[in-house]
Design a protein around this ligand. Structure first.
Ligand SMILES: CC(C)(COP(=O)(O)OP(=O)(O)OC[C@H]1O[C@@H](n2cnc3c(N)ncnc32)[C@H](O)[C@@H]1OP(=O)(O)O)[C@@H](O)C(=O)NCCC(=O)NCCS
Length: 154
């Protein structure tokens, strides 16, 4: 677990935050984001140097989990209860801490992810909408609206 410094900037109904790694004599920005709602259970993975990153002007709603290895672009909206996954059980079960088995996810700019979507380790290009409750199992390489399990272009 990296030493992290969490900087909170609380507004009336949202919290802006930055997470910095404080090891190595300097500060390295691991994560920046905004959580809506007073009683949020959003959690962010910052458990090793790979961390996660959230771009500028993003909105992350409550009960979302952003795990290590996730990169989110600018102007992205993530609805409530969105689960990012980095362990695909590639060996037939959980990686059990073997981080070399974790895979990465890259979300482009201006992507909107509907509530309760699950995002497996994929790349999603700019200007994509993901429907509520969708399970994204494959890379999305063309802008558009995708929904369902597995998510397909509408
Ligand atoms: C995906 C979405 C953007 C599509 O909206 P739309 O373009 O107006 O689409 P429509 O409502 O016309 O639906 C088109 C088809 O897709 C299906 N569909 C729509 N949303 C779907 C979803 N989330 N999962 C699966 N299928 C979906 C509809 O049933 C319809 O199917 P049909 O053609 O067989 O009847 C919208 O339904 C959605 O899921 N928005 C997410 C909202 C959200 O989570 N907001 C977070 C607020 S905090």
């Amino acid at each position: 677990m990296a030493d992290v410094i969490l900087v909170l900037n609380a507004g009336s109904s949202s919290i802006k935050f930055s997470v910095f790694d404080a090891t190595g004599g300097g500060l390295e920005l691991l994560l920046r984001g905004q959580i809506e709602g007073l009683y949020t259970a959003a959690r962010f993975g910052a458990t090793d140097r790979r961390g996660a990153s959230v771009g500028a002007r993003c909105k992350i709603q409550s009960h979302t989990f952003i795990c290590d290895g996730v990169t989110i672009g600018d102007g992205v909206f993530v609805g409530h209860g969105v689960m990012f996954v980095n362990d695909t059980f590639s060996t037939g079960g959980p990686a059990r801490g073997r981080k070399e088995l974790w895979r990465e996810t890259a979300i482009g700019n201006r992507v909107s992810i509907g509530s309760n979507a699950t995002i497996l380790p994929v790349k999603i290009v700019d200007d994509v909408v993901i429907g509520a409750g969708s399970v994204v199992t494959k890379d999305i390489t063309t802008s558009g609206t995708y929904a369902g399990n597995p998510a397909r272009r509408l």
